[in-house]
Design a protein around this ligand. Sequence first.
Ligand code: PLP
Length: 394
Amino acid sequence: MNTKKLGFNSKLIHAGDYRDEFGSAVTPIYQTSTFSFKNAQHGADLFAGKEKGYIYTRIGNPTINVLENKLAELENGYRGIALASGMAAVSTVYMGLLKQGDHMISTGAVYGPSRGVMETHFSKFGVEYSYIDTSDLNELKNAIKPNTKLLYLETPANPTIQLTDIKKASQIAHEHNILVCVDNTFCSPYLQKPLDLGADVVLHSLTKFINGHADIVGGVIITKEEDIYNNLRKTMVYMGGNMDPHQAFMVIRGVKTLSLRIEKAQKSAMKIAEFLENHPKVEWIKYPGLKSFEQYELAKEQMDGFGSMISFGVKGGYDAGKVLMDNVHLATLAVSLGGVETLIQHPASMTHAGVSKENQLAANITDGLVRYSVGIEDVEDLISDLEQGLDKIN
Ligand SMILES: *Cc1c(COP(=O)(O)O)cnc(C)c1O
């Protein structure tokens, strides 16, 4: 079926669909490492690329392919590459698009390991980098060097909820022949489509909103152009960060309810944000749907909804943050985000504890910052859970 002209929800269910000879209604799990050839010539033709088909699961697999095609269609991209994890997607993009002597510009508050692998591993191969405030387009212009080859954006950034204008940043980058990659994990294609806004590559940790059930780790890269796709596909096949067929099956199942989950969660997030904004123990709050959010206009323009990630600061800093962690009961104290269950975490003592104090502050990660990923529980229950937790801070 040609699903290209269908709406987003129809695509969630049907894009990438594949019917086997038994007519199974959902995509089966092809749990096999290798595929037999009909004869010597068939094998030779597959290897030569003269015939389409499957050779070996690291190179391609029908279950994984359904997921890749579905996600590529949802992002309005050319094709997708599924990987073992979000970090496999990030490091495959760096490996494929950068070489010795190249320079990358990225968001300072980018996902910690996306920065860590650049600073500790890619730097060993002579890749240079600048971590800046990409929401400031003048800072971006000033950071461009003759050897800058990649602009790597995360918007909203994690955990500060800072937005970068994808359209304007991409225009600036393209004037200098710089490719643009956006980590779209916090939004999913339901809320933001970076390729439509000018990016060349989009990637996701499928672990979060797209799978949405906190039971799988996975990643995907989607490109707008064929040549970048071919380069990154080859990089994935050589580096070996491929997804497993069973993982792909789980994500195909999870993604079907993406719109329903996000709609429910973001409606609750708005109510929770309003509750927090008026709470005496809350020093500040960042949620793109609040009128007080500095980049509210950009959020309205660039995103199709405000999402379900909230960051807020509690009065009393580091210790107060820990008190809240220890006194919420419905919200699960865990890192990660985007699942049907509400999660809460304290970056200063958890996800970003390994980042130096100086870099934490440069990226606006303060001691009292709490990150809250709203799930699909009843919002009244979530608010009373937060209320009694905040009451324990003195
Ligand atoms: C979780 C996350 C990643 C890494 O994904 P994994 O699946 O954990 O490897 C990358 N970027 C963002 C924004 C994330 O939240």
